[in-house]
Design a protein around this ligand. Structure first.
Ligand SMILES: Cc1cc2nc3c(=O)[nH]c(=O)nc-3n(C[C@H](O)[C@H](O)[C@H](O)COP(=O)(O)OP(=O)(O)OC[C@H]3O[C@@H](n4cnc5c(N)ncnc54)[C@H](O)[C@@H]3O)c2cc1C
Length: 470
């Protein structure tokens, strides 16, 4: 039994808010009923990274959760983790008959791998070229293991490979257009945004000044960079907070300098909270003006009228300079895409110029997706871009461009609860502060079996009891 057409057109706000359009109410109902395989398959209808998103999605769905009008949003992101941890990977979609068309993808981050997954499902032969030794992009080399373990990522990449996608690592593509000359029918560029922005202040090129992405890549390669005992991190986004928390785990005392206030910090609220819990100090309304040998000269800022980004513009407070001592400075003020370095027409901010609907590049047969198009964004936005590019590529190659099949899974016809019951959100807890300070083990705990059975899916708890009694 499928859902009525009317239901299909009236999406819940959480689903509307998801850039990939995941059917949130349906997978949560499956979880509540103990149907974890179906929950996982429901999420996979729209994204090939259920577990990655369960760990690290920015979860725009939770901001729009209808439950907010009663208390808190449902833990939509964490419930993806439940589906991935309890559900089985056996429910796999079959690829369409081979089309004998070939697709080359530059970059094995979430954007490129999403395109690869859906193009393989449509029957195209897909090869992904990745310059790093391992696939995953920023999921592998940016986000540290304490938020997204490598084995979680590896499992999801293996699922994509099992769908027939070939990934070649240590394979940097110098000129994507040349892949068309080599015989590929389509080339998709998903090279991300890895170029570190510079502040252009004195001392920025000193040996003890690192850029955030290079530092995190080093740490995510399993190395322990010698950063000393006192580290200053400059910036307020994902990279800054991850660099600070990674430095703390390497044994340093860490201070973050951010030029606006906590309210304007681009990093997620949860991450800022966890960083503060871990005793990382954040100096708001502060910017570095000069880096010396073992010192950073800082200046206090105040906020003025909004700038081009719509956020209040920070301006220096005259005469407020002071000096901080440190062993290492990590600059994490942002990254840029670098389309020009791949021989592609670029916007002023370095992103690839594309048709905003189809994501096609003006060069026939070429498309782009992910951070390379949007600039630094999020996992779910890169996946959503990958889905759009896969549809366009399929149409370009003569297909119908339909990449989704809503599976006929049990429980779909069940009406959503008219009134919420129980408690919206069950806390999962985090690893102890002591563990967090000295290792890269996962910080956020998942739902253990007891919470899962007793609260999230009570029907399943009954099944377990009967099995135990037998
Ligand atoms: C430190 C950090 C933490 C983050 N945390 C979060 C988070 O918690 N939640 C969230 O939603 N988002 C987060 N993000 C953002 C998110 O990771 C990115 O938006 C997302 O990974 C972009 O996906 P992508 O596929 O477009 O690019 P990427 O993930 O950057 O992948 C691009 C890939 O292309 C490869 N490549 C580049 N050039 C070439 C070439 N010439 N030839 C071959 N391969 C090439 C790169 O090596 C890389 O593997 C974070 C980002 C950073 C930097």
């Amino acid at each position: 039994m499928g859902r009525s057409k009317e239901n299909e057109q009236t999406f819940a706000p959480c689903r509307e808010a998801c850039p990939a359009g995941i059917d949130v109410p349906r997978y949560i109902r499956h979880i509540r009923n103990g149907n974890f395989d179906e929950a996982l398959a429901t999420i996979r209808e729209r994204i090939p990274f259920p577990s990655v998103c369960g760990h690290a999605c920015v979860a725009p769905c939770e901001l729009k959760c209808a439950r907010v009008q009663y208390d808190e949003p449902i833990a939509i992101r964490l419930l993806k983790r439940v589906a991935a941890e309890y559900g089985s990977d056996d429910r796999k979609r079959e690829n369409a008959a081979p089309t004998n068309k070939t697709v080359a993808i530059v970059g094995a981050g979430p954007g490129g791998l999403t395109v690869a997954y859906y193009c393989a499902l449509k029957g195209h032969e897909v090869t992904v070229f990745e310059s790093m030794p391992e696939a995953g992009g920023m999921l592998r080399y940016g986000i540290p293991e304490y938020r997204l373990p490598n084995n979680v990522l590896a499992r999801e990449i293996a699922f994509i490979e099992n769908q027939g996608v070939k990934i070649t690592t240590n394979a940097k593509v110098e000129t994507p257009a040349a892949l068309l000359e080599k015989g590929f029918d389509v080339v998709l560029v998903a090279s991300g945004a890895w170029k570190a922005q510079k502040m252009r202040i004195e001392g920025e090129d000193f040996e003890n000044v690192l850029d955030g992405i290079s530092f995190l890549t080093d740490v995510n390669n399993g190395n322990k960079p010698a950063i000393g005992s006192k580290v200053v991190v400059v910036g307020g986004g994902n990279t800054a907070i991850d660099a600070a928390r990674a430095s703390l785990r390497l044994g340093a005392d860490v201070q973050i300098l951010y030029r606006r206030t906590r309210q304007e910090m681009p990093a997620s609220v949860e991450e800022i909270k966890e960083a503060l819990e871990e005793t990382i100090a954040i100096e708001y309304l502060t910017a570095p003006v000069r880096i010396g040998n073992g010192t950073v000269e800082c200046i206090r800022m105040k906020l003025d009228a909004p700038d081009a980004s719509g956020r209040p513009r920070p301006v220096p407070v005259e005469g407020s300079q002071y000096t901080v001592e440190c062993d290492t400075v990590i600059m994490a003020i942002g990254q840029l895409a670098d389309a020009a370095s791949l021989g592609l027409a670029a916007n002023g901010n370095g992103t690839v110029i594309v048709d905003s609907e189809s994501l096609a590049i003006s060069h026939d047969g070429m498309f782009a997706a992910g951070d390379a198009v949007t600039g630094p964004s999020s996992i779910i936005e890169a996946i959503a871009q990958g889905r759009r590019a896969a549809m366009s590529i399929d149409v370009y190659l003569g297909g119908n461009g339909i990449i989704d099949t809503e599976e006929d899974l049990p429980g779909m016809d069940e009406a959503p609860n008219p009134k919420p019951r129980g408690t919206a959100r069950y806390g999962t807890g985090t690893a102890s502060l002591q563990d967090r300070r000295c290792g890269f083990g996962l910080t956020e705990k998942g739902y253990d079996r007891e919470t899962n059975c007793l609260y999230i899916c009570p029907d399943f708890a009954i099944e377990i009891k009967e099995t135990d009694a037998a």
